[in-house]
Ligand binder design. Sequence first.
Ligand SMILES: [Zn+2]
Length: 423
Amino acid sequence: MTGPNRLREGVRTSRPIVLTSHPAAGGAAPPVRWGAADPVARGPIVATLTDPAARNAIGTHSGAYSLYRALAVAAGQLRADHRPDLSDTRPAVPIGPFPQWADPRRIVSLDPWGHVTSEAFAARIAAGCDIRPTIAVTRARLNMPEIDLAMRAGRLEPDGEVLTAAGDVRVTKIAIEPVWWLPGVAERFGIAEGALRRALFEQTGGMFPELVTRPDLRVFLPPIGGASVYLFGDPALLGRPDTRVACRVHDECNGSDVFGSDICTCRPYLAHGVEVCIAMAQRGGVGVMVYNRKEGRALGEVTKFLVYNARKRQEGGDRADAYFLRTECVAGVSDMRFQELMPDVLHWLGVTRIDELVSMSNMKFGPIVDSGIEVVRRVPIPDGLIPADAQVEMDAKKAAGYFAETMPDAAELKLAKGRGLLG
Ligand SMILES: [Zn+2]
């Protein structure tokens, strides 16, 4: 038997099912000392499935995409015991280490050593342990029509380094998978670790039994989206107290970010953030754009579109004073992004001060400042960049306490400013 059929046969018959709910026989999983200053002392995060006895984490790599890997194995297109060849995959530029990496409370939702696993744990990997990166660092060029417009309007000038005459922007881009230190995540929310574990277990339909049966496993790789970081300017300047930093933390909005849907301000704000980051890099600082996979305030796109319909069909039309209420009716809450974990990535990048924070959101500003990062100035979106159907969102957010120079009054919030459902 050859090809996929042979692989499929292998999945069906040759391997016993290994339950993860109890320690594997002959277990020699390396201990995790979260927050240790040295990666070897901290220990690797082993979340691979090829050697069950070595696992010291719950869940597995690739977040939600681990389910596609399962499909590939089930369909006979991928060997279950495949190990990646990681030759030449090391970071394109170095990031860190920074003192924040050695603080077990400062970073709890990503592995600060996740991009240097091949080097930091080389001896263990050579001895046969399957240790994989959870962070990848590469270089790229961006080209966005909004940046071209900013150049035509004279707001940006090409410098040949950060921004070329053709409108290309040189960036370092970083992909990060979530790695949760469960005691630290629980502490961040002020709850018991047991309560967190139980809710994670029950709300995923019992997907990860170790959450309740293996208190010895304290690291969890959740099946959710991670974050991308785009750095503008020289990454070697990160972590220096005199480096000026511009930053936007952007939460995913596929409809606006990719397709230009005009019901919200997401893409204009993203592009404005890129513009501010470019300008900062051109002045010798660093621009940091964090893009979190938290679609529709982490409620998901189906919920988001249901809310759009409810907003536009409600009596009195789509208006700011009912903006958050319509979301609560459908989702039970108006937001599930939990910005408490968001500053971790900034600490991972060695950021201690943000000179220009491109955001109006107090939900972002508060956790950043509370986590010990100074914010010098907040940059609101210029009014001219707000799309036609997005004024409802903008007014509602201002009324809810978003940072703004002018506030809409109660009468204005009652006005239907959004387009009708079929408009
Ligand atoms: Zn949006």
